[in-house]
Design a protein around this ligand. Structure first.
Ligand code: PLP
Length: 375
């Protein structure tokens, strides 16, 4: 990556790229992993995950998000990405359609394509806060639709679907007999009035819902590769079969760390959240001071997704060129909206320190004041 190359050559890049917390993994979680090593928990585990962790995931999800799953309806995986891949490959055949609201996390479409499926994009509008509406989803359903992937809070926009609308979305899925895959990886990073919410808290939703959750963001554990899926047992069994012939199991030591995460105090979460909230307010204020940039207020996750289309030549086209110019001329790394199916936007992660955010905003100000535009 160009930003990494510049950094390696000694350039001071303000990096708004990272999709991971800049906080350390909490100490009690690390200690659990160290203890697991000392206890020689270094061998293969059950494919679906160690029994206490499957139970702890169900208990945690029930306590935090109001669901009612049994351990047999849980699989522990090496990251949320793998959980999504397993579910998609278990469920779709060649030519099946998977609805993905845009802007979307970059991996969703390719995960679908790897299984010979067709991603079908439903575009949500910045003016609507990028919140998907049930009618939009319904209009995109065809006889080939198998899954709708709903990611709330959303990467890259930070949008949260309000619970009432989420329930209407679920109703549409149920009526058309399609799976609702609820990607809850950012569930606990919500701001203002928004609260963590899972569609799995609707008792009747179970037959149509696959929950994807991850330790990566909530517990600052991206490198540990640990996540889970909750779904009806026949689907979980199919995913276990696939996992058995791919990764075998999530790393044994990581699973013991995950057990501490699921049963521990969770005191790091409000600390991270409060800091993200401060940074979010700062970055939004910074954008609003730059003429021509507008940014829907993100309700969750740790991304801001400003509309920079007025900064592009003729107001059209290419935020990739703009992202390149920002890197080359201002040494600011961002991710182009094109990567998320949203030309005209840039993604800024505020999982970076307040000092770097201040410095980045200063550079951004200067860059746009010098009337640089993408060509
Ligand atoms: N879903 C979304 C929306 C994400 O942004 C990510 C990571 O960036 C993931 C899932 C997967 O995370 P992991 O594989 O680290 O659990």
């Amino acid at each position: 990556m160009e930003a990494e190359r510049l950094k390696a050559s000694g350039v001071d890049v303000v990096d708004f790229g990272p999709g991971e917390p800049d906080f350390p993994t909490p100490e009690y979680i690390k200690q659990a992993a160290i203890q697991a090593l000392r206890d020689e928990r270094t061998k293969y585990t059950a494919t679906a995950g160690i029994a206490p962790l499957r139970k702890a995931v169900c208990d945690w999800h029930k306590r935090e998000l109001g669901s009612a799953y049994e351990p047999s309806e849980c699989i522990v995986t090496a990251g949320g990405k793998h959980a999504i891949s397993l579910a998609v490959s278990a469920l779709i055949d060649e030519g099946d359609e998977v609805i993905i609201p845009a802007p979307y996390w970059v991996s969703f479409p390719d995960i679908v394509r790897i299984s010979d499926g067709e991603p079908v994009f439903v575009h949500t509008a910045a003016s609507d806060g990028f919140r998907l509406r049930a009618e939009q989803l319904e209009a995109a359903i065809t006889p080939r639709t198998r899954i709708a992937i709903i990611n709330s809070p959303n990467n890259p926009t930070g949008a949260i679907i309000p619970p009432k609308e989420y329930q209407r979305i679920y109703e549409v899925c149920r009526r058309h007999n399609i799976w609702l895959m609820a990607d809850e990886c950012y569930s606990h990073f919500t701001y203002g009035d928004a609260k963590p919410y899972s569609i799995a808290s609707l008792p009747e939703s179970k037959p149509n819902v696959i929950v994807i959750g991850s330790m990566s963001k909530t517990f600052a554990m991206t490198g540990w590769r640990l996540a889970y899926a909750l779904a009806p047992k026949p689907l979980i069994d199919a995913m276990i079969k696939l996992q058995s012939q791919s990764t075998s199991n999530a790393t044994s030591i990581a699973q013991y760390a995950g057990l501490a995460a699921m049963t521990g105090p969770m005191d790091s979460v409000p600390v991270m959240l409060a800091e993200y909230a401060r940074r979010r307010a700062r970055i939004l204020a910074g954008f609003s001071a730059i003429p021509g940039i507008t940014c829907p207020e993100p309700s969750g996750a740790f991304y801001a997704f400003p509309d920079v289309s007025s900064k592009l030549v003729n107001g059209s086209g290419d935020s990739t060129t703009l992202a390149k110019q920002l890197l080359e001329r201002a040494h600011i790394a961002v991710v182009t909206g094109d990567a998320f199916g949203a030309p005209g936007f840039l993604r800024f992660s505020y999982a970076t320190s307040m000092e770097r955010i201040e410095e980045g905003l200063r550079r951004l100000d200067r860059f746009f004041a010098s009337a640089a535009v993408a060509t």
